[in-house]
Design a protein around this ligand. Structure first.
Ligand code: ZN
Ligand code: ZN
Ligand code: ZN
Length: 392
């Protein structure tokens, strides 16, 4: 296992986000909420809060931290007093008002007035708010008890495209994360596969992602032989053998933005059938990528990739959607799936990852992160060869 950390790999720090960037995002959240008929959005610590303010509490605890954004009002971040010094340092802090509460006070009583100013009102007298999907139930119940007239809907369902369109700085980060994942792939081809457990190769992949500047590894799928036919398989104790196809799907966060790429390699010389299925998935991935053009809907990416596989008679073995969005998380809207009729617009970033899974035998998946550029064409953020690599 080569050690590969190098200054250029981890030193490519992108331009920092500014308070203005976060102000623009919060303004857009308020405007989108108004468009959706919501009185505002209630944001919990996690990806939504990071996206909107740059603030990530060191630990997410039972003490209430919540950002309230409502059209026509200044955004307010409610934090426990002991977290206030950290929150003040967040890059987005100048774009919001900080309100702290001390232990012994009722944090819901502190937050309620912020929600009670909102409009429009529902029949029950309060506003309807989009709430972060990962908000703790105890906090949502506390707010509901403090203001029984308010109601809440999933922020992802109400404003699915809130984080979907990336600005130039975000695109730079996603590109950097993709390049780092590509370098990890380049190195993993040099390690030994035959005779080692999937978990060992997965550990190599995780270390490589960190070596190339990831701060967080979200997944390192190593699906060898029959395990590759299960798209949910991560990595297990199976010993990889000569003759195995091996699905490698890995990613995480670098500078706060995600990578996610898949290549399928073979240990030693493949059979004709393995080559044929791999070629088919390559062709499907290419078709999905080429479908990315102005005016298409998300489902058109899925249709283009799926048609190639279906036409070849393998349709029943392509058992998942073609792609998902990526940003401050590695899986988020928009989804490239039949029925998703929203348009693909410039700045969206998503995976194109068709696969064929032959139960009990092997699987093949090829995945790149793709964006639509301003000129309405696709651009890949992964550049490693799609051809089946032969490993030892
Ligand atoms: Zn084989
Ligand atoms: Zn993946
Ligand atoms: Zn993916």
């Amino acid at each position: 296992m080569p050690t590969t950390a190098s200054a250029d790999a981890v030193g490519d720090v992108p331009a920092p986000f500014t308070a203005d960037d976060y102000r623009a995002r919060m303004d857009r959240a308020a405007a989108s909420a108004a468009d959706a008929g919501l009185a505002g959005v209630v944001v919990a610590p996690g990806p939504d809060l990071v996206y909107l303010t740059g603030y990530q509490p060191t630990a997410i605890t039972e003490r209430l931290t919540v950002l309230v954004i409502a059209p026509g009002q200044d955004p307010v971040l409610v934090v426990p007093t002991l977290e206030a010094p950290d929150a003040e340092k967040a890059v987005g802090a100048p774009a919001l008002t900080l309100r702290d509460w001390t232990d012994g006070k009722d944090p819901y009583a502190v937050t309620a007035p912020l929600l009670d100013r909102g409009s429009p009102r529902t029949k029950s007298g309060g506003g309807r708010f989009g709430v972060s999907d990962n908000a703790w139930a105890m906090h949502l119940l506390g707010l509901q008890q403090a203001l029984p007239g308010t109601s809440y809907v999933s922020l992802t369902e109400a404003l699915p495209m809130l984080r979907a369109v990336k600005d130039a700085h975000e695109l730079d980060r996603i590109a950097a994360a993709g390049a780092a994942a590509d370098r990890a792939y380049g190195e993993i081809l040099k390690v030994r596969f035959a005779g080692r457990r999937e978990t060992e190769v997965a550990a190599d992949l995780a270390r490589l992602l960190l070596d190339f500047g990831h701060s967080q590894v979200d997944f390192t799928v190593v699906g060898s032989g029959p395990n590759g036919a299960n798209p949910h398989h991560e990595a297990g104790e199976r010993v990889i053998e000569r003759g195995d196809m091996v699905v490698l799907d890995f990613g995480g966060l670098k500078h706060g933005y995600g990578s996610d790429t898949t290549r399928t390699v073979h240990v030693g010389e493949p059979t004709d059938e393995e080559r044929r299925v791999h070629d088919l998935v390559r062709e499907a991935q290419q078709a999905g990528f080429e479908a990315v053009r102005s005016g298409i809907a998300c489902q058109d990416v899925d249709r283009a990739a799926r048609k190639v596989i279906t036409d070849a008679g393998y349709g029943e073995y392509f058992i998942h959607r073609t792609g998902h969005g990526i940003g401050v998380t590695t899986h988020e809207p928009p989804y490239m799936i039949e029925g998703e009729e929203r348009p693909v617009v410039p700045g969206m970033c998503f995976s194109v990852e068709p696969g064929v899974y032959l139960p009990g035998r092997f699987g093949v998946r090829i995945e790149d992160i793709v964006t639509m550029t301003e000129d309405g064409t696709g651009r890949r953020f992964n550049a490693t060869p799609h051809e089946m690599a032969i490993v030892e």
